[in-house]
Design a protein around this ligand. Structure first.
Ligand SMILES: *Cc1c(COP(=O)(O)O)cnc(C)c1O
Length: 376
């Protein structure tokens, strides 16, 4: 894998001093009690290897969280595994479940790790593009059914979805569950934005649908929920045999990590609901500010019900290609964005889509919006 458009755009942001709405790195604060608890854990000596499956207190907090929010009952011993971020959870799950030649279905655009993990396992990622419907991204049921082959082993779902901000609906999840049950597929569901859902949208988790718990590994992480993306503490919940398989792969990836973070996060997760409510308020205002600003700048933003990003159609500025738009934008408007085509595995990417991130300080967003409006 060569130098990516991400590296190129980050470098452009650095060299031009443009407002960087490219990367999804939050500029937002973390809970004060959590930061103090980590400092306390470090100075009091919690600095050696944690258990390979994670600290019992954090596994218990994750299990309690799944029960409280989704009515899903997982045993902290055997059905919950703590990982080095959702990134390692995904890699462990894919390596555990897929053999060379297997196929994995995911929805395009998709998080870049999915294709990389498939390659690590010698498997092939078959990407089903989400269809564009007005300002929304929707499941293309026929395309999903067509994508299943005798070699398909796993479907990777990501809801709330990066980069689109789509929250899969109950009807869409029911169709996906039906396809997976019919073809005996295992679902890996990446739910790292589970708490960052705005307005009337509601996050639903596919493991709670009939017949799905036994075939689903649910992945989440502390990074996006608490604005601590550098800590890399994630987790997997699922039925014992699947979690054991992921754990077997995980032991030779990192074995274990993040002792003081795991300790502190166990407490933070118990009170996540109040914290996440405040964070949703900030991110909702940011999304609205950016969406309104993009519209006033003459671009056409899509809906985002969740997460960190807005996609916009840049054709009104005379660009058919988002890559060219993004290369010109720092010079033209002092803003950096990422072409959404970078997140497509299949060849059917709408070339004119561009991703802007809003997990930033309000002043950064205001500056970006003002500059975009002047530059149109
Ligand atoms: C950020 C992100 C991850 C990685 O999470 P970490 O806990 O930082 O490893 C995985 N999936 C999606 C969709 C993400 O946006």
């Amino acid at each position: 894998m060569g130098t990516s458009i991400f590296t190129e755009m980050t470098e452009l942001a650095r060299s031009t001093g443009a407002v960087n709405l490219g990367q999804g790195v939050p500029e937002l604060p973390s809970p004060g009690a959590l930061l103090k608890d980590v400092a306390e854990a470090v100075t009091s000596g919690s600095n050696q290897y944690p258990p390979a499956v994670g600290f019992p207190a954090l596994r218990e907090a994750v299990a309690a969280h799944q029960l409280r929010r989704y009515g899903l009952d997982y045993r902290p011993q055997g059905e919950v595994l703590i990982t080095t971020g959702a990134t390692e959870a995904l890699a462990s799950a894919v390596l555990a479940l897929c053999d060379p030649g297997d196929e994995i279905i995911a929805f395009d655009p998709c998080y870049d790790a999915y294709a990389a993990d498939a390659r690590l396992a010698g498997a092939r990622l078959v990407a089903v593009p989400l269809a564009l419907d007005g300002a929304d991204f929707v499941l293309d049921v026929d395309a999903l059914r067509r994508a299943v082959s005798p070699r398909t082993r796993v479907l990777i779902l990501n809801t709330p979805h990066n980069p689109t901000g789509k929250v899969f609906t109950a009807d869409e999840l029911a169709v996906i569950a039906d396809v997976c049950t019919q073809h005996s597929l295992t679902v890996i569901t990446d739910e790292v934005y589970e708490h960052l859902v705005y307005g009337d949208a509601r996050h639903l988790t596919i493991a709670s649908l009939p017949g799905m718990r036994e075939r689903t590994l649910t992945i989440s992480s502390a990074g996006k929920t608490f604005n601590v993306t550098g800590w890399k503490v994630g987790w997997i919940c699922g039925p014992r045999p699947l979690v054991a398989a992921a754990g077997a792969a995980k032991q030779f990836l990192t074995y274990a990590s993040g002792t003081p973070y795991q300790e502190a996060l166990a407490r933070a997760l118990d009170t996540v609901d109040a914290w996440a409510g405040d964070l949703r308020g900030v991110l909702t205002r940011n999304r609205d500010l950016l969406s309104d600003g993009l519209t006033r700048a003459g671009l056409l933003p899509f809906h985002a019900d969740a997460g960190y990003f807005l996609q916009a159609d840049v054709r009104p500025w005379g660009y058919a290609d988002g890559v060219e738009f993004c290369r010109d934008l720092p010079e033209r408007a002092g803003v950096v964005a990422i072409p959404t085509s970078a997140f497509y595995v299949s060849a059917d990417a709408p070339a004119w889509l561009v991703r802007f991130s809003f997990c930033k300080r309000e002043e950064s967003l205001r500056m970006a919006v003002d500059q975009l409006i002047k530059a149109q």
